[in-house]
Design a binder for this molecule. Sequence first.
Ligand SMILES: Cc1ncc(COP(=O)(O)O)c(C=O)c1O
Length: 367
Amino acid sequence: MSRRALAYLDDELAALDERQRRRARHPASGEGLLDLTSNDYLGYAAARPVGDARAGAGASRLISGTHGEHAALEREVAGWLRVEDALVFASGYQANLGLVSALAGPGDLVVSDALNHASLIDGCRLSRARVIVTPHLDVAAVARALAAPASGRRFVVTEGYFSMDGDAPDLRALRAICDDAGAALLVDDAHAIGVFGPEGRGACAAAGVVPDALVGTFGKALGGQGAFVAGSAALVDWLFNRARSVVFSTGLSPALASHASRMLALARADEPARQRLARLSRRLRAGLFELGLEVPAASSGPIVPVMVGTEGRALALAARLREAGVRVAPIRPPTVPEGTCRLRLTLHAGLTDDDVERALLALRSAA
Ligand SMILES: Cc1ncc(COP(=O)(O)O)c(C=O)c1O
């Protein structure tokens, strides 16, 4: 094995070090720490899979076929979201990558919110469509982008609840703009599924909006792994045939598909958890306001960004909070733009009122 060809990595890693951007594989949260970093909004991630479903799908579903657990889960997701069909993917990253690149192609136009998740951005790149990035949540800019003459198909891509800012687009306005322009609306509801809307059906259901494709993951509120795209039967059929992240990747683990079915049934009925989450979020936000800390006014719900500016400040604050027994994620470039570093406090329904007070106390002494 030649070590020389990759020797440049030492310099690249040293450069990351210098800019305080080198990440290490730190252990997941330990006993005693109040963990405000995970996307486990309903508190399901510690649940253990049960049953005798096999671990491995064996191959791509186009090769090895669809296991009963896949078919059941897809039926359940479609029934829950009241759409014709759903297709499961091995992760949300793969769902977004496959969705955008299977729908859009050269000559088409994709209008994409500036803060869309990396998987949507990568899907846009892979599609080789023309991409217009619009300022975050700027509905008028989306309308202007769609007004430009274009010969190909048009798509608007957004998150339903933004993962780093805890804010949400005006989905009704986007739906109307797309309808006027004959564009398709693709919504990644990764952080809203299970959390918002009737039966936890997400931000689109909460707004009464039906997108042309809805992406959700099982890795966040549903506490497992995997993802889905839901929509029309034709959409699902097309993705099964053309989404490269389905065609050329081993199918979702049947054991995890079965687990997702179980968590989905729990989440549908777990209105008390959603209400507790909303209450904890209001209390945390009010407490942060009293401390004079900056939380973007447009943000709401369980993702609570505390803006701190520089990377140095974000890292120092997170370290001090950790010493005080509270684990929060310092979010910095490349995840967010330069100068907008933040502590991302994420709540879950398993927390108590006292946990929130403990976090506020720690923030008061750390800030
Ligand atoms: C908005 C958004 N979409 C998609 C994903 C990818 O989902 P997954 O973790 O299931 O790959 C994430 C997070 O990882 C996300 O935050």
